[in-house]
Ligand binder design. Structure first.
Ligand code: GLP
Length: 248
């Protein structure tokens, strides 16, 4: 695993955007696995800036997002489709047809999950998967569980995830209780994985994910088995991984 310890969120975002743009420049039709949440927003901003300067083009790039809330329409302000449009897609030259987000409104969710796995397979898998990390170690919306869920599936969000995400909604009651998420298989089969983490509140889970046992109770710990993971974090988020002394 490569680790980049950055001074702050801005430097972390710039470093992550560098890695993503290098992928897009060296393989213009690459498949990017994309993430939502506050961690990747700065990297998206940086990519938009470089696109506007003419330094990178997404004309041929294909994307698959990790997850979507169940029950939210694409134009709902808290849906992940809306997030992606607002933070990235609307500002770059990507072909809308080449962007994929699970359909949160699908009536037959099992069919939608199967369709999403087929989309990823037909794209030939993911070249670079961008990931944030939840406080309980979730990646995408793969919550702690007794086993690693393999394919795209519907998940009941944990109280801690609902609590962490309520800041984006008018009230906690408005936070959807379920989501559709890519499974662990598509994530570990990605050729490269890029994890972005920021803030002191992530320090403990970062240490447990990368130095603790590999267990589905900490979904991100599976990344220890991946051959090409790059972790880009600010000093606060990496503080326990790099310098923490206590036993796990
Ligand atoms: C959500 C997303 C995850 C994301 C996590 C962390 O639960 N489904 O993909 O990694 O939030 O979010 P943040 O980056 O805001 O801490």
């Amino acid at each position: 695993m490569r680790i980049y310890e950055c001074a702050d969120y801005r430097a972390m975002s710039r470093q992550a955007a560098n890695i993503i743009s290098a992928e897009v420049i060296s393989k213009p039709d690459c498949v990017l696995g994309l993430a939502t949440g506050s961690s990747p927003v700065g990297a998206y901003e940086q990519l938009v800036e470089w696109y506007k300067k003419g330094d990178v083009s997404f004309k041929e790039t294909r994307t698959v997002n990790l997850d979507e809330y169940r029950g939210l329409a694409p134009d709902h302000e808290q849906s992940y489709r809306y997030f992606m449009q607002k933070n990235l897609f609307d500002h770059i030259d990507i072909n809308p047809e080449n962007t994929n987000v699970p359909n949160g409104l699908a009536e037959d969710v099992d069919a939608e999950c199967a369709r999403y796995d087929r989309v990823i397979e037909e794209l030939g898998g993911i070249d670079l998967q961008l990931l944030g990390m939840g406080h309980n170690g979730h990646i995408g919306f793969n919550e702690p569980a007794d086993s690693f869920p393999l394919g795209t599936h519907v998940v009941n969000l944990t109280e801690s995830t609902i609590d962490a995400n309520k800041r984006f909604f008018a009230s906690e009651a408005d936070v959807p209780r379920q989501a559709l998420t890519m499974g662990i298989r598509s994530i570990v089969l990605a050729r490269r994985v890029l994890v972005v983490v920021s803030g002191r509140d992530k320090a403990d889970i970062v240490r447990r994910a990368f130095l603790g046992p590999v267990t589905p109770q900490v979904p991100a710990s599976i990344l220890q088995l991946h051959p090409d993971v790059t972790l880009v974090g600010d000093r606060d988020a990496l503080s326990e991984l790099m310098r923490g002394g206590a036993a796990l």
